[in-house]
Design a protein around this ligand. Structure first.
Ligand code: NAD
Length: 316
């Protein structure tokens, strides 16, 4: 298949490089000049696999304004939520009504923006349960052994078509272990809820997921946040993939067993003095709750705490 990855950061590179290695035709579009220039100068991107085996992978990378191609099967969007609106505007000239869209960005807010440019039946979104770090311009680390991680995805229409199945087959070949569901919002919100607990608290306290789960009061804190998040989602009619108890078990499993040494993604942003996606995670739950006169006050307080930390560090 033919893919264009919009956003050649950590995750865009992971998806693009692995799809390319699985035999697909892949091009990248990115707007961060130091990174684009570095990849062009060195003839590709340096890829580490779990901090080892650094090697150069040739990639074709373009600035949005110079990119003209329009015959892709799928455009893959991997940007930070707050970058998306601007990037969509910069890329609009190469969009058409045949292209499908895949995104596994964290948080919520991106789907509405994508729907301003693409038809609902072309939008596929999901969650990526894998860690990737852009070490510096031109160098990325695919954390975890080859084949690590899983992903869930669903069509916006909840009706998978032929191209969706083809896409899933290519993701399978590229070792992303895709799980196609027919519950769009439930699939996306499962990760929002998970991130609203572990991602946010680990970021605030600069600790790993294992360190959080090791605190004797962690279950009580997780439960309070999960309960509030579920109260919001249920008011919005979202059919959650897990019960509240299963969600707590999942927080514990991922933090204690699967990824105890991992610092979640908002921590990576905070440590680089970049703004975080908290408004699209805890903040999204707060806003959704307000629609139903429900005050998700713990999530609101955590959103403020993360913004306070960003403000203190003058993140930009
Ligand atoms: P990223 O920050 O690595 O890249 C996103 C964009 O930001 C790219 O265009 C990149 O070139 C640009 N960029 C990177 N560093 C920059 C800097 N210092 N200044 C200016 N621009 C910069 O983001 P990502 O980790 O690929 O995340 C994309 C989406 O995927 C987010 O929604 C994220 O939450 C989600 N996600 C990330 C991971 C992960 O492990 N990285 C896992 C699952 C989901």
């Amino acid at each position: 298949m033919k893919f264009t990855v919009v956003g050649a950061g950590a995750m865009g590179l992971r998806y693009g490089v692995l799809l390319q290695e699985a035999g697909n035709e892949v091009e990248f579009v990115d707007g961060w000049a130091p990174h684009v220039e570095k990849m062009r100068a060195q003839g590709g991107v340096y890829v580490n696999r779990d901090h080892q085996n650094q090697h150069l992978v040739p990639v074709k990378v373009f600035y949005p304004e110079e990119y003209q191609r329009q015959d892709q099967d799928v455009l893959i969007f991997f940007l930070k939520q707050m970058q998306l609106a601007d990037m969509l505007k910069r890329c609009e000239h190469f969009f058409n009504d045949q292209q499908y869209v895949l995104t596994c960005m964290n948080g919520m807010g991106h789907v509405e923006k994508l729907l301003q440019y693409f038809k609902p039946e072309k939008v596929v979104a999901g969650t990526a349960l894998v860690a990737t770090i852009l070490d510096k311009p031109g160098q990325v680390d695919f954390v975890g052994k080859p084949g690590a991680g899983t992903m869930n995805l669903a069509n916006y229409t909840e009706k998978p078509d032929e191209l969706t199945h083809q896409l899933v087959a290519e993701l399978e070949k590229a070792n992303f272990h895709p799980n196609l569901t027919t519950n769009f919002k439930g699939t996306l919100m499962a990760k929002v809820v998970f991130n609203s607990v572990v991602n946010t608290l680990c970021t605030l306290f600069e600790i790993t997921m294992g360190e959080y789960a090791g605190y004797p009061g962690a279950d009580e804190m997780s439960k309070q946040l999960i309960d509030e998040a579920y109260d919001v989602c249920e008011r919005d009619g979202i059919v959650m993939l897990n019960t509240r108890e299963q969600e707590l078990a999942s927080v514990n499993y991922v933090s204690k067993v699967a990824n105890p040494l991992h610092y979640p993604s908002m921590y990576q942003d905070m440590s680089k003095n970049r703004p975080t996606e908290v408004d699209y995670i805890n903040g999204y739950l707060v806003k959704l709750g307000q629609k139903y006169n429900y005050n998700a006050k713990t999530h609101a307080f955590l959103t403020h705490l993360v913004h306070l930390a960003e403000h203190t560090r003058q993140a930009q």
